[in-house]
Design a protein around this ligand. Structure first.
Ligand code: N01
Length: 545
């Protein structure tokens, strides 16, 4: 199949590619582009029928990015970022998918991707220094390197409610939405879940359904997105500054430029000052702007309480029924410690006659019935059920693949007490296997595409480093991994993040180890660390020829 240029010796006749890439989303595509640029032969497998990853699967009504369009895009090609026109402040799912397709076509990336193919296992042979990657079509592909570009929110979580098979209507998961769309006009619909997916889709479904029941286990904080057409002046200015802005983004905690870092505590401001600042952030829209109101909202409970109470007051003023408003007002976690959601008309939707909020915080859904579902002794009747119940985040996709080293560890064993990585890039004991924006990296707490590009660039540079020195194996050192895992934990514990039962903690999946998975020290600190590791001869990684 190939004429590899990798300078390894005996194993060459076994090779099908230099690198197997798992995933054809935003990470997989950029990785293919970079590997091709290095003259390496890469082959990607994608479970979906086309490119796009998260934007391919999540087609639910109202799906839209919560990072602004001018930021949420690739930076690697100057022409591309100048030419692409984003119609709105925040991209819709169809628009972002169109963009990803354009990138795949523009750089001719599809020819290295096999679609409709799920990778089921990956086995490393230390003697041959080869990964054998097996697919659900029975193929086995051998390559010295394997990169998991599997995404963090790609394994849908559908809670195991008894009785779903008996349901006589139709059910959907927001993360597996039918490509042809769903028309809820005139239907009675039940939606379970009030995370980003639920909160974005609820106003849209409510506008079609004859009645919508929302089953809420935990009230969540959401801010108005203030979406609208992209102002041409803003666009021109942003594009003119693109190179500098992209560079500056790496020097910010969330990987997004343009927000001056706050300098004082919420507790240093008077009540009036705080109110005025929160009001202006509320009017502006966007999470970072809001969380940047003061410098300690994510580390000081008393400061956080001021922001949380401001939002609760907004909910009370928006929602007509005071009982419903109080149920919608989050009280169980500090604001910002779960993904801070952006919405359009979410709280207003509860003023509609055809929307009912059902609080299931005390009394869970007991079962799905043929007609709908049951909570305690109350039966609800629907034509359709929507599961907006999220994902087995950050580890689900990796652990769905049986990853093993012959005669060594399995990933399932290595991660049985929670994921461990060195820099979110490699796992000790698994040579030549990279992860992109995995646990232990700031990926999910940042502008994802920026973090993806940084990881892919790191991996490409590492491969180039190895090739130029005739090295064929790279592995994270256990001590370096342990030190990084401890650091990730210590940083998380210095913040309020672990106080929420979030998917960052694995708390949404019954039985999953409760470990705070992302690195929340900021993109700026993280990138600096990675750069220092490289400058120090890939400190913490060991190489072999
Ligand atoms: O999933 P979630 P999501 N019984 O896990 C509830 C990104 N994203 O798909 O909070 C009843 O946040 C669960 O309740 P609780 C973004 O990073 C981005 O909405 O666990 N309810 C919760 O309400 C986001 O954070 C965008 O108590 C159950 C909901 O289901 C991430 O994806 C858009 C339940 C799940 O919320 C995931 O968001 C969409 C059960 N057994 C997603 N199990 C944008 O860019 C779960 N729930 C805008």
């Amino acid at each position: 199949m190939n004429n590899t240029r990798w300078p390894s010796a005996d194993a060459r006749s076994h090779l099908d590619a230099d690198v197997v890439v798992v995933g054809g989303g935003i990470a997989g595509l950029y990785l293919l582009y970079r590997l091709r640029g290095l003259g390496l032969e890469a082959l990607a497998f994608e479970a979906g029928s086309d490119v796009g990853g998260t934007w391919y699967w999540n087609r639910y009504p109202g799906c839209r990015c919560d990072v602004e369009s001018l930021e949420y895009s690739y930076s690697f090609a100057g022409d591309l970022q100048q030419e692409w026109k984003w119609p709105e402040r925040y991209g819709t799912q169809p628009e972002i998918l169109r963009y990803v397709n354009h990138v795949a076509d523009r750089f001719d990336l599809r020819r290295d991707i096999q679609f409709n193919t799920r990778v089921v296992s990956a086995l490393f042979n230390r003697e041959l220094k080869l990964w054998s990657v097996s697919t659900d079509r029975g193929e086995v592909i051998r390559a010295p390197f394997c990169v998991m570009a599997t995404g963090n929110l790609s394994t849908p979580n559908r809670p195991n409610f008894p009785g779903l098979e008996s349901f006589q209507g139709r059910w959907y998961h927001t993360g597996l939405w039918p490509h042809e769309g769903v028309d809820f006009t005139g239907l009675r619909v039940g939606i379970i879940g009030t995370g980003s997916s639920g909160i974005q889709s609820i106003p849209h479904i409510a506008s079609q359904a004859s009645h919508l029941y929302v089953f809420q286990r935990t009230a969540n904080f959401t801010l108005p997105a203030r979406n609208g057409p992209l102002d041409p002046v803003t666009e021109r200015r942003h594009k003119a500054e693109y190179p500098a802005r992209r560079k500056a983004a790496y020097e910010t905690p969330f990987g997004i430029s343009g927000y001056p870092p706050p300098t004082r505590s919420a507790l240093e401001a008077t009540g009036e000052e705080r109110q005025a600042i929160y009001e202006s952030k509320w009017a502006e829209g966007g999470q970072i702007s809001f969380l940047y109101a003061f410098n300690d909202l994510l580390v000081n409970q008393a400061s956080n309480d001021t922001a949380a109470e401001f939002v609760r007051e907004k909910i009370r003023r928006t929602v007509n029924d005071p009982v419903v408003a109080e149920l919608l007002a989050p009280k169980t976690h500090p604001i910002g410690t779960k993904r801070l959601i952006l919405d359009t008309n979410y709280y207003e939707t509860y003023n509609r006659d055809n929307v009912t909020l059902v609080d299931i915080s005390e009394s869970p859904i007991e079962e799905i019935t043929p007609e709908g579902l049951r909570v305690a002794s109350t039966n609800y009747t629907f034509d359709s059920i929507v599961f907006a119940t999220g994902f087995d985040a950050m580890t689900g996709a990796m652990l769905d693949i049986d990853i093993q080293v012959e005669g060594g560890a399995s990933m399932a064993d290595a991660w049985q007490h929670g994921p461990k990585t060195y820099l979110g890039l490699m796992v000790a004991g698994f040579p030549n296997l990279f992860t992109i924006t995995g646990p232990g990296s700031p990926g999910v707490k940042s502008q994802m595409i920026l973090s993806i590009e940084q990881h892919v660039d790191f991996i490409a540079a590492c491969l180039q480093h190895m090739r130029s020195r005739g090295m064929s194996q790279v592995e994270a050192e256990p001590a370096a991994e342990q030190a990084w895992v401890s650091h990730v934990k210590a940083v998380a514990e210095s913040t309020l993040y672990p106080r929420a039962d979030s998917w960052y903690m694995g708390a949404n999946i019954p039985g999953k180890p409760l470990v705070f998975m992302p690195y929340v020290g900021g993109v700026d600190a993280y990138k600096k660390e990675c750069d220092e590791v490289v400058a120090d001869g890939y400190k913490g990684f060991s190489f072999a020829s």
